[in-house]
Design a protein around this ligand. Structure first.
Ligand code: PRT
Ligand code: ZN
Length: 214
């Protein structure tokens, strides 16, 4: 019997981690996780887990360092890596939205014409605004985006929203949705036949778990 393992990159710790691990456990795959462990090989399925920062996952899958990955569609599309999207996984749902100070009067997207928008997602933001015929200036910042309007860095922001609580507590209001996201399973584009057949077994199990949830 061959001892090929398929290698999957999952987020080590964050909003994708718990549901990713839960999904593979529900697929009947046994493996150790947690603590400082960065790699884990399953005892009953030909798969090896790598636990990484989510931002590194699309690049590792494109390069073939990992064969598969679990990543938010927002991160994947922002980074424009050349990988295959195998499946939507239905968790870590959120949206990328434009928001402005609560006391501003919003009309429509032309509000943003010529304005500065702070975001960690300049590509998705610019693609959306251009498609709507709006020319704005994106200012890329890597975190705490919601603070930008109140410190005079930008007139609006484009950031991930889930419950809306963070916008509210920073005096902002959501005015337009730019992109809908959820966790997706991605794969390297040139898997060997052997790895493709392991992936088929894995997606078969994921399908069964998902059917059970509906
Ligand atoms: O450390 P590492 O780099 O691996 O993780 P990270 O900090 O970059 O990412 P993480 O764990 O925060 O998010 C991973 C993925 O989860 C994101 O790329 C999204 O696909 C998804 N996701 C789902 C979210 C949220 N919900 C979310 N609410 N990502 C971020 N947020 C943040 C958002 O940036 C904002 O600051 O939560 C705040 C808004 O939440 P609400 O509920 O107040 O609206
Ligand atoms: Zn990250």
């Amino acid at each position: 019997m061959s001892n090929t393992n398929i290698r999957i990159a999952v987020q080590k710790s964050g909003r994708l981690s718990d549901d990713s691990l839960k999904l593979f456990k529900e697929c009947g795959i046994k493996f150790e996780s947690g603590g400082s462990k960065l790699r884990s090989i399953s005892s009953n399925f030909p798969i090896e887990f790598l636990f990484l920062r989510d931002d590194d996952i699309p690049g590792y899958v494109e390069d073939g360092v990992a064969d598969l990955g679990v990543i938010g569609l927002n991160v994947l599309e922002e980074n424009r890596k050349d990988v295959e999207i195998v499946k939507e996984l239905g968790f870590s749902k959120c949206r990328l939205s434009l928001a402005i100070p609560r006391n501003e009067v919003y009309t429509d997207l032309s509000y943003f014409e010529g304005k500065n928008i702070a975001t960690s997602y300049p590509n998705l933001t610019n693609t959306f605004l251009t498609s709507q015929g709006v020319t704005a200036h994106t200012h890329e910042i890597s975190g705490s985006v919601e603070i930008a309007p109140s410190i005079g860095l930008a007139e609006g922001i484009c950031d991930i929203v889930s419950t809306g609580g963070t916008l509210l507590s920073n005096g902002l209001k959501e005015v337009a949705e730019v992109f809908k996201s959820q966790a997706v399973l991605i794969s390297n584009k040139s898997l060997t036949a052997e790895k493709r057949s392991i992936l088929d077994k894995l997606t078969f199990r994921i399908d069964s778990v998902q059917r059970g949830q509906n």
